[in-house]
Write a protein that binds this ligand. Structure first.
Ligand code: NAP
Length: 471
């Protein structure tokens, strides 16, 4: 596929190969963008912004609805593309496509609710002759940088609200998964989006990232990815608005009165969805000691039933990690934890990019599996017996995206909901739940600001005051 620059599908001699991590087969190639391409993209986006802000809300909403319809009509093609270029199984990929349709549809709806207010200028002496209001206008060119794990819907989370508000976008998708983003860009153009409102630059972050981020043309960077890249971007960005959706190592408390079977079902899925490459994937499970053994045995038995392998087979539960290198990293982290005293209850082995779903206990505090985001199919079990201490343990790391608790006691649920430091607390469900229109984001190193269409629209627009002096 080609990249989208200044209204044209552009190729380059230098290419990036997109390979299916399951069997290393070549899926496609995309151009390897250079700094010159970055400049072309921003210049075009600057013009695109002027077009976007003069478009009517009706037209923007029509384009978003049409794009949603195109994605919906081609759901299976999008799903197969996600399943081939990324880690997801075909069933996981279909779910992502249907979420993308929702993200775009809600963006169309929310474009009609970008509201202002009248301002009571006469609320302070001297303002008697003034009347006015504020309205929200698009912030300008937005640089959107997206990760590999939801290669379609997380792109839609940038493009949907940005276009709903009338901004233009320069999108840099993850190097390993640019195809779903390009196919979505095709859908936007087919739906009638003025081409200069969207540029898609397919390049490598370590090569073109700095020039993208340092450019003075974008007024906002909307980044989803890891903490390290986030820190570098923040250090180079200069004076621009910044939205950061970063990683986590989500904790779940399973209290003694929990519905154990449901907690097991929900947490196994939450730990191993997308082979654990999920920013709200379950990484740490704090289980009450009275139910620990029963929970552990059921959890391991359910994990053992997981079928791993070919992503395109309907009955596969979990696919490979995004690259063999990433799988090797997770294997090393498991071995490091074991050397430090952790016990593998099931899994732990790797073949190519496939890592078995792995359950561990007694993972010590210093192990990377405990204190860093694993972003892989492993989960740690810990025994707890006191709610305050469980909440403290859950809060003890420098992340805070989602946390969860399973309990039938509303007082316990309330206490946990208020005590857990994070952007969202799930009660009687694993951390792996997100509605695309809810406010989504984290505290500490998990991020800055919130996404979730209405909330992204606040970040991607600014208020302008209009004040009439009446003689
Ligand atoms: P990543 O390595 O940080 O990459 C994310 C994006 O940033 C990619 O497009 C990458 O390009 C680009 N990038 C890397 N270095 C850059 C630089 N110096 N300047 C500009 N761009 C740069 O993350 P990932 O491995 O793709 O995704 C996994 C991470 O994303 C995890 O930490 C996960 O928790 C997080 N995540 C967070 C959320 C959320 O909503 N909070 C959602 C999903 C994922 P290249 O691909 O070319 O390196």
């Amino acid at each position: 596929m080609k990249m989208l620059l200044n209204g044209e599908w552009v190729d380059r001699g230098d290419k990036i190969e997109i390979r299916d991590p399951f069997d290393d087969s070549l899926v496609d190639m995309v151009p390897r963008a250079n700094e010159g391409d970055v400049n072309i993209a921003f210049k075009a986006a600057d013009k695109g912004y002027r077009e976007g802000k003069s478009m009517t809300v009706f037209d923007r909403a029509q384009i978003l609805n049409k794009t949603a319809a195109i994605v919906s009509d081609n759901l299976e093609d999008f799903a197969v593309l996600i399943a081939r270029e990324a880690s997801k199984t075909i069933r996981e990929a279909r779910k992502e496509v249907s979420r993308c349709v929702n993200t775009l549809t809600v963006s169309a709806e929310e474009s009609k609710r970008i509201l202002g207010e009248t301002i009571p200028f006469d609320s302070f002496p001297g303002g008697e002759q003034r009347r006015g209001y504020y309205y929200r206008f698009p912030i300008g060119v937005i640089l959107a940088i997206t990760p590999f794990n939801d290669p379609l819907n997380l792109v839609a989370h940038k493009l949907g609200p940005a276009i709903a508000a009338g901004n233009s976008v320069v999108l840099k998708p993850a190097t390993v998964t640019p195809l779903s983003a390009l196919k979505l860009a095709e859908a936007f153009l087919e739906a009638g989006l003025p081409p200069q409102m969207l540029q898609v630059v397919t390049g490598i972050g370590s090569e073109i990232g700095d020039s993208l981020v340092r450019s003075e043309i974008p007024r906002m960077i909307s980044f989803t990815g890891g903490v390290e890249a986030g820190k570098r971007i923040a250090s180079l960005a200069g004076i621009k608005k910044m939205g950061m959706e970063l990683g986590s190592d989500s904790p779940v408390i399973v209290w003694k009165d929990a519905d154990i079977d449901w907690a097991v079902e929900s947490c196994v899925s939450g730990a191993f969805w997308a082979a654990g490459q999920n920013c709200i994937g379950v990484q740490r499970l704090y289980v009450h000691k009275e139910i620990y053994k029963v929970f552990r045995n059921k959890f391991v038995a359910r994990t053992d039933k997981y079928k791993i392998g070919d992503k395109l087979q309907e009955d596969t539960d979990m696919g490979p990690m995004i690259t063999e290198m990433e799988a090797q990293r997770v294997e090393e982290w498991i071995q490091e934890a074991v050397k430090r005293g952790a016990v593998v209850l099931t899994g732990g082995k790797r073949k190519g990019a496939l890592v078995e779903p792995t359950v561990l206990e007694e993972v010590p505090k210093g192990a990377r599996l405990h204190c860093e985001e694993v972003f892989g199919p492993t989960v740690n079990l810990y025994m707890v017996d006191n709610l305050d201490r469980a909440v403290d343990k859950a809060n003890s790391l420098p992340f805070g995206l989602h946390a969860a608790i399973f309990t039938r006691d509303v007082n316990v649920a309330f206490k946990a909901a208020y005590g857990l430091d994070c952007g969202g607390v799930m009660i009687n469900e694993s951390t792996d739940y997100r509605l695309d229109s809810m406010p989504f984001g984290g505290v500490k190193y998990s991020g800055l600001g919130r996404e979730g269409i209405k909330f992204s629209l606040q970040e991607m627009t600014e208020p302008k005051v209009v004040c009439f002096y009446i003689k």
